[in-house]
Design a protein around this ligand. Structure first.
Ligand SMILES: [Zn+2]
Ligand SMILES: [Zn+2]
Length: 322
């Protein structure tokens, strides 16, 4: 059985340039109703040692944000530390290979942040040749992700890479550096589909590595995709032939966090190889069968957010079509 749990996937403490102690970060994470968090300080993992005992806190995915002159990269759950200091744009594949051998997951952080001289290294300039080493792209960065043009660019880049045949999940990351209050800040959640709700490191790695990922800044999309008797999840590969899709929008999960932003889901859209196949009103569960050519599909949900209309509110990582 798969249980969906929500995470904040990009956070900092005083061990780099954040304002929180690690304990404060976890306290705030609970306040924002996250089930778990990825701790990703710049070029250090020392904050992990300052966390309390595992049984007394929410689960933490151990990580580090490689902070280099050529881009920022999130490395999660690696068994050993891989030194980032001599990575160059044309040698990045060697380093991502070493991280994969250490069991780590790799995400490209905020690829379209402005770079130097404003923020040296914040823009992604590494030349990835081996995309098999990259697990995901952080396509939504910062709270209220719809407001940031960089996120539109990142979402389009992800779509283009999927169209080129890459297999990549997508996440949201607050890039959380300091205190904030629910109701004033609208952070997103990255939902991981955990097997048997397995919160241990192996379970978190398995879910993210498989691409069993949903992203939302509001309601939760409950997607049931069936092929025959078999239920499939984002990251899975469907066989050729028809499949049945059922989507219901769950307005109850984390509602206290997004309720004051007047979020209303208005339409659901199935995207196939980068193009919408069908868009329907979100009023009731959507049930429909499809038979599509090879490639990939993604569910997207749109609606109003305060005065802004037709905003992307949530999306799934891709299902692949064989
Ligand atoms: Zn960064
Ligand atoms: Zn960061």
């Amino acid at each position: 059985m798969i249980a969906w749990k929500c995470f904040e996937m990009h956070s900092h403490t005083r061990h780099s340039d954040g304002e929180f102690t690690p304990e404060e970060l976890l306290r705030y994470a609970r306040k924002f109703l996250y089930d778990g968090i990825a701790l990703t300080d710049h070029n250090t993992m020392s904050g992990l040692d300052a966390l309390g005992p595992e049984e007394e806190r929410i689960p933490v995915l151990p990580g580090i944000e490689w902070t280099t002159y050529y881009g920022h990269m999130l490395v999660l759950g690696a068994d050993t530390y891989v030194d980032w200091r001599s990575a160059r744009p044309d040698t990045i594949d060697e380093y991502t290979g070493a991280i994969k051998r250490a069991g780590g997951l790799i995400g490209i952080a905020h690829p379209f942040n402005l770079g130097g001289p404003l923020c040296t290294g914040c823009h992604w300039d590494f030349q990835v040749k081996n995309w098999d080493n990259i697990d995901y792209i952080e396509v939504w960065s910062e709270p209220h992700p719809q407001r940031h043009f960089k996120n539109h660019l990142a979402f389009q880049w992800w779509t283009d890479l999927l169209n080129q045949g890459r297999r990549l999940a997508a996440t949201a990351g607050w890039d959380w550096h300091g205190p904030a209050e629910p109701g004033q800040t609208l952070p997103s959640a990255t939902w991981l589909g955990l097997r048997e709700g397995d919160f241990r490191l192996a379970g978190l790695r398995e879910a993210l590595g498989a691409g069993r990922v949903l992203v939302s800044s509001g309601p939760f999309p409950d997607i049931r995709l069936l092929q025959g008797e078999k239920r499939l999840y984002p990251g899975d590969t469907l066989e050729r032939g028809p499949f049945h899709l059922r989507v219901a929008v769950d307005d109850t999960k984390r509602r206290a966090i997004w309720d004051s932003f007047d979020i209303r889901t208005e339409r659901l859209c199935l995207v196939h190889n980068g193009k919408p196949v069908k868009s329907v009103p979100a009023a009731s569960p959507w049930e429909e069968s499809f038979d599509l050519a090879p490639g990939w599909i993604r569910l997207e949900g749109y609606g109003s957010l305060k005065a802004d209309q037709d905003q992307l509110l949530f999306f799934s990582s891709p299902y692949y079509l064989g």
